[in-house]
Design a binder for this molecule. Structure first.
Ligand SMILES: NC(=O)c1ccc[n+]([C@@H]2O[C@H](COP(=O)([O-])OP(=O)(O)OC[C@H]3O[C@@H](n4cnc5c(N)ncnc54)[C@H](O)[C@@H]3O)[C@@H](O)[C@H]2O)c1
Ligand SMILES: O=P(O)(O)OC[C@H](O)CO
Length: 333
């Protein structure tokens, strides 16, 4: 018998993942907007988030969280980080005991500095928590371009079972037991993508972008390992892989925010003009606090933070980076 997936959140990635799981499982997706529910059920489309895409014909949409999760064998959370807890709390009374809960989100909760799997453990103790992450631009995967991802869970046997839920011909899902590293890789790379976007928007050049990506990897690995992630994870799909795609692609929302800042637009205007989330904008706040808590030097994140929240210009950000002491590549600084 096919497993049943209940997926909460019908944005671009939630809808894309629902189409992937619908190939292997009975999948129901919850959308908070009734018009999105009708559109998915009647037309097999979700034009707001996946323009010109035809969704999997077997995918069902629901406006009821209860109906979406009550019979599910796996819950998938396609909700951005700042709303993740609220939606999970709404779903909680209807989720069956011990059902695994997999996060698609790449961010940290501002008020608590928590990762999404920590929120799952707090709200729903006893339920295996995991994350699906990696270099996964929804708009490429939906249109059938090959990609690889990681499912990270503490329990290897559950991760192995869930591999079969998400894996398909063109979407290759590896397992990893380092959930801390996988979640942090996904969250921290978004800030580097804003930096890289700023550099591209200001026409700084490709050598600059490459330096930002490489030093960005070093920076996120420093914080990630201090917080308990494994060094190898940051060199894998959830770290370097995701960092490269997000820092180099104009399809990335975080890169887009940085690009527009680099062209001189104000953050409020950029956000108001987008109808999708760029997680790095909020994660930058949390990361500056974590850098202090763990006493880790994070020069790139610090400059991004100052552009986002202290009215610094992109020019000042680059000057800040260029005047930062140049250490040895092997040293942490
Ligand atoms: N889009 C991608 O390519 C991609 C790839 C991998 C991971 N992610 C991550 O997946 C997560 C979801 O991103 P997305 O791309 O689907 O975002 P999106 O901006 O396309 O859509 C967000 C969805 O969440 C819903 N939502 C937002 N706040 C809500 C609330 N308070 N209550 C209920 N629903 C709410 C919106 O209605 C929408 O359906 C993010 O953390 C993102 O970083 C995205
Ligand atoms: O569009 P972004 O910047 O949220 O990035 C999407 C994915 O995280 C890329 O792996």
């Amino acid at each position: 018998m096919k497993l049943k997936v209940g997926l909460l959140g019908a944005g671009s990635w939630g809808t894309t993942v629902a189409c992937l799981t619908a190939k292997n499982c009975d999948t129901t997706i919850w959308a908070r907007d009734i018009n999105t529910v009708k559109e998915i059920n009647q037309n097999n489309t979700n034009e707001k988030y996946l323009p010109n895409a035809i969704l999997h014909k077997g995918l069902k949409a629901s406006h009821s969280i209860k109906d979406t999760v009550k019979n599910a064998d796996v819950i998938v959370m396609g909700i951005p980080s700042q709303s993740f807890r609220k939606v999970l709390e709404e779903a909680k009374p209807h989720i069956r005991p011990w059902v695994p809960i997999i996060s698609l989100a790449k961010g940290l909760e501002i008020s608590t500095k928590m990762r999404m799997s920590e929120i799952v453990e707090e709200v729903m103790p006893g339920h295996p928590a995991g994350v699906l992450t990696g270099p996964n631009l929804a708009k490429e995967i939906h249109f059938g371009k090959a990609a690889a991802a990681v499912i990270a869970m503490a329990d290897k046997s559950i991760a192995k079972k869930l591999q079969t839920v998400f894996n398909s011909g063109l979407f290759r899902v590896y397992t990893n037991s380092d959930i801390i590293g996988c979640e942090l890789g996904g969250a921290l790379k978004n800030i580097m993508a804003i930096a890289s976007g700023m550099s591209d928007g200001a026409n700084a050049g490709e050598n600059t972008r490459s330096a930002l990506i490489t030093r960005g990897l070093s920076e996120l690995t420093r914080l990630g390992t201090a917080m308990g992630g494994k060094q190898r994870t940051f060199a894998g799909l959830a770290g370097m892989g995701d960092l490269i795609v997000t820092c180099s692609s104009t399809k990335s929302r975080n890169h887009h925010v940085g690009f527009e800042l680099g062209r001189g637009k104000k953050l409020d205007q950029i956000i108001n003009e987008m109808n999708e989330v760029a997680e790095g904008v909020k994660t930058a706040k949390v990361v500056m606090e974590l850098a202090k808590d763990y006493n880790v030097d994070m020069p790139i994140s610090n400059e991004v933070y100052k552009v986002l929240y202290e009215d610094n210009t992109v020019f000042e950000a680059f000057r800040g980076l260029l005047t930062h002491e140049v250490g040895s590549e092997k040293e942490p600084g």
